[in-house]
Design a protein around this ligand. Structure first.
Ligand code: C2E
Ligand code: CA
Ligand code: CA
Length: 572
């Protein structure tokens, strides 16, 4: 056995390979570095097709050297026992435990560890396994290394699948093949004569995932989708909206009576769903809305309003434990409230009544000011302070975000200018949040150049979240690059909440990573979060990116970050 390296060194070596995600030699480099970091003679990454009993390697190494890829049977091998989520570790005598797996005996393998490779939704794509001719007892750091490596492999596999099926991914639900939420939204926008919409929620679905496995859960969802689709046939449109929620839109000539349709649905679910050797008796809850009811209560009812109303009704049905609730006038308050809110927001925006707040960013060691984040604030005479976590998503949904975002940019630049004129120039950089909807505007690049006036772009940092970036990575990358050449600096906001975009990170012109505040809130103390932060620090060093920790509330957090090597932060 080789002598164990220090965790920082292990993480930094891993990071130096992770940033190659997306390149053709990524899997090969990863198996080699894992073999060296973990001191195991054999490492492999394998792809498993859904329902298959065979695994195909995507990369495999023996004693630090890449060997040709091969296919093997999962039956009787320890790989068959790797669970859905965690690392599976046989410390000793694995060859004796799995006598049918003759390769283990041939290679003289003693210790084994396997880690599932999952999609972001938890579907198993394959596995990552390390084997040793000595005993192999993983410690927490080793597990973390395997977990991070497997997460990144999952992201790469998912991305490569998605490049092949961009359209089906954006329009089709991967588990059931049904239209997804986006598809339904577009369909509602395009279809005129929709009278009603039902949301069908499978009760206690999470229990199936928890008690059995994610693949069983997926199989149940697939069966539910098949059943809905076959019963509805061409009498309606069926879509899957979220894990356990389906939408059904009856078309003529079925019935205009929601109660009749709901009874049909109840009947369809009387028969249990059979998956392998298990039988599932499913109960459903229904939230429904009809256009005529909504219009009676005086709310404009575009197709998407129907969807929102059915959601309100579904929430009500769940709260009451009822089988079905149909949207009615008494539920309208929340809808009216939202419509009222957007009206007020629009007015506040146009009357220049929104405010900006500047949260300082410091060098945590020297306490020197390095910049500030611009945060939008809204005080309404009746409602008081409304949180940006309420009004920003609302503005995004109702098409007001571009106007709001543009206002923020020009207002913040005017402020910089005023400080300059008062002889109190702000020397740090000003960070502005950019919504993905703003980026969607084909003229965004020209607009922003216009809005900043005489302020040099290099005084500004544009913050974009990882998930916003991933919504249409190729288009966004091009815009980020274009603005980068004008001198704007990009920061990836809320980083760490998904490893999904690691593969893109190297291709983004971002020079700042903002570690999400959920990680900061649990340090020092949470071993998991500490190691995530250590990995991100190692990664940002390797990529020459500046790291800013968000949401620092205590001295202890600040001190921990400094000791771990993260020098910049902001927070209360
Ligand atoms: P964000 O970009 O992640 O902004 C940081 C949020 O964390 C802010 O919340 C800030 O007040 C809060 N925060 C900062 N330090 C601490 C701390 O020590 N502890 C805790 N618990 N929280 C802290 P805020 O202002 O409520 O904004 C929420 C989100 O709204 C922002 O998250 C951002 O996504 C969005 N937002 C705010 N202003 C704008 C804007 O002008 N444009 C756009 N597009 N989004 C904005
Ligand atoms: Ca931000
Ligand atoms: Ca953030």
């Amino acid at each position: 056995m080789t002598v164990k390296q220090r965790p920082e060194i292990m993480f930094s070596r891993l990071a130096s390979v992770l940033i190659r995600a997306g390149y053709s030699d990524f899997f090969d480099s990863l198996v080699k570095v894992l073999s060296s970091i973990l001191g195991t003679e054999y490492v492999l990454i394998a792809d498993i097709a859904p329902g298959s009993q065979q695994a195909h390697t995507l990369a495999a190494s023996s004693h630090g050297k890449i060997i040709p890829n091969f296919t093997y049977n999962l039956c009787g091998s320890p790989c068959e026992t790797v669970p859905e989520r965690e690392v599976c570790n046989y410390t000793d005598n694995v060859a004796e435990l799995f006598p049918d797996d003759t390769v283990l005996t041939e290679l003289g393998i003693q210790g084994y560890a396997g880690m599932p490779i999952l999609t972001s939704e938890g579907r198993k794509l394959g596995l990552l396994c390390v084997m040793s001719q000595h005993s192999l007892a993983l410690d927490d750091i080793d597990r973390e290394i395997l977990q991070i490596a497997a997460a990144q492999v999952g992201a790469v596999l998912e991305t490569s699948h998605s490049q092949l099926q961009i359209r089906s991914l954006t329009y089709e639900d991967a588990v059931t093949g049904l239209p997804n939420r986006q598809h339904l939204r577009d369909w509602l926008t395009d279809t005129q004569d929709v009278h009603c919409l039902l949301l069908v929620d499978i009760q206690r679905f999470k229990e199936i995932n928890d008690l059995y496995s994610h693949s069983t859960g997926d199989a149940v969802l697939y069966a539910v989708a098949q059943r809905l689709q076959s019963r509805v046939g061409d009498r309606g449109f069926v879509a899957r909206l979220s894990s356990n929620e389906f939408a059904l839109i009856p078309l003529d000539p079925w019935s205009d009576d929601l109660a009749v349709i709901a009874d049909d649905i109840r009947l369809w679910f009387k028969q249990p769903i059979v998956c392998g050797k298990h039988e599932f008796h499913l109960d459903v809850t229904i939230g429904a809305a009809s256009r005529s009811d909504i219009e009676l209560s005086g709310v404009k009812s575009a197709g998407n309003e129907l969807l929102r109303s059915a959601s309100v009704a579904l929430a009500e049905a769940k709260a009451k434990g009822a089988f079905i609730e149909v949207f009615n006038g008494t539920m309208v308050d929340s809808l009216k409230q939202r419509q009222g809110l957007i009206g007020k927001l629009q007015k506040a925006l146009r009357n220049d009544q929104l405010e900006l707040h500047y949260q300082p960013q410091l060098n945590l060691k020297t306490r020197e000011l390095i910049g500030a984040e611009v945060l939008c604030r809204w005080h309404d005479d009746e409602l008081g302070w409304v949180s940006p976590t309420t009004f920003i998503p609302l503005a995004e949904e109702r098409g007001l975000i571009a106007e709001l975002g543009n206002w923020v940019i020009s207002r913040a630049c005017r402020q910089l200018m005023e400080w300059d004129q008062q002889g109190a120039s702000f020397l740090g950089k000003l960070s502005i949040n950019i919504s993905s909807k703003q980026l969607d505007d084909p003229e965004f690049v020209d607009k922003i150049l216009n809005l900043i006036g005489d302020i040099p772009p290099s005084r500004l940092v544009l913050e974009l979240t990882e998930s916003a970036m991933m919504r249409s990575p190729e288009v966004n990358l091009a815009k980020m690059k274009a603005l980068g050449t004008h001198g704007f600096i990009w920061a990836i906001d809320d980083f760490g909440t998904g490893y999904s975009s690691l593969a893109y990170l190297t291709r983004m012109d971002a020079s700042i990573l903002k570690v999400d505040r959920t990680f900061i809130s649990r340090i020092p103390g949470s071993q998991h979060d500490e190691s995530v932060i250590r990995t991100i620090i190692a990664m940002s060093d390797t990529m020459n990116m500046q790291l800013v920790a968000e949401g620092i509330e205590t001295e202890a957090q600040s001190a921990y970050l400094v000791s771990a090597g993260c020098l910049h932060g902001q927070g209360f």
